[in-house]
Design a protein. Structure first.
Length: 276
């Protein structure tokens, strides 16, 4: 296949369950980079959350971050395009979580930095059962006394809101409420979370915009993912690849299903279709 751009989700896809990039994946991506193929991290994380080992590859210049809310030139740390929530709408959404009566931990990304309240910061292990993921999430956040008030006073726009749940019933109740607002895009990357972006901020749309910006046809793009927030990217790429550990809807939308993130599934598919 004549692939010129490969967009890759991070968690559950490129990295293993300990949040490390398998050497097989790095080697395959380096070979793609040597051939002039654009390697594009496509993640719910911010720019700061993209692993340094990945950013060091010559072919990694652009990134799709916070689920498509921010498309950036990683080498220059320059934003190319955005689709963000207004601070007013973000405060409204977080207030819904606060007043829901359910056990919900919630926070927001502003200009690539996560802001949470002091009362939530040490609670990540209660909501996130993976120690590696809990450490990663805590490391990406700053604690302030009242993060809703902080956003109201200091932010004009918000990249993304995160919500974490103990109860699946509470998660689905909140999803139904949020989906009533046409200004929101609701997705998920973990069984315990919801990710709330502005309508139009999704990985698929961001992939198309970036490909257009680079003069690359949609047919020459390839995308990897496993979660709900990857679905639009899998659908819109010239070739969509789902991980074996992916959710059913992503697998159904994919052109190919590779082995799991624990088995370096990204490298396996790249070697089969791109480096053969």
């Amino acid at each position: 296949m004549d692939i010129k751009l490969i967009a890759i989700d991070m968690d559950g896809t490129l990295v293993d369950d300990e949040k490390q990039i398998p050497e097989e994946n790095l080697k395959a991506l380096k070979e793609c980079s040597d051939r002039g193929i654009e390697i594009v991290p496509a993640t719910g994380r911010t720019m700061k959350g993209i692993p340094e080992k990945l950013k060091e590859l010559a072919g990694v210049r652009y990134g799709i971050t916070v689920n498509g809310a921010v498309v950036a030139d990683l080498k220059r740390e320059k934003v190319i395009s955005t689709c963000r929530l207004s601070a007013e709408l973000a405060v409204e959404v977080m207030t819904m979580a606060k007043e829901s009566g359910d056990d919900i931990m919630y926070d927001a990304y502003v200009d690539g930095i996560g802001y949470t309240s002091e009362e939530f910061y040490d609670q990540f292990p209660r909501f996130i059962h993976s120690e590696a993921l809990a450490r990663l999430l805590m490391g990406a956040r700053r604690a302030v006394p009242d993060h809703i008030q902080w956003i109201w006073e200091h932010a004009d726009e918000v990249d993304k809101i995160n919500m974490f749940f103990i109860s699946q019933e509470a998660r689905e109740r909140m999803r139904r409420l949020l989906q009533q607002n046409p200004g929101l895009w609701v997705s998920s990357s973990l069984p315990c979370n919801l990710e709330i972006n502005a309508a139009g901020a999704d990985k698929g749309g961001a992939l198309v915009r970036l490909a257009d910006y680079l003069g690359i046809s949609r047919d020459a793009t390839m995308a990897f993912g496993d979660g709900e927030n990857d679905l639009t990217m899998i659908q819109k790429a010239g070739m969509g690849v789902a991980m074996e550990n992916g959710i059913p809807s992503v697998k159904e939308a994919a052109d190919y299903i590779t082995v799991s993130n624990e088995e370096a599934g990204v490298a396996a598919a790249i070697r089969r279709f791109v480096l053969k």
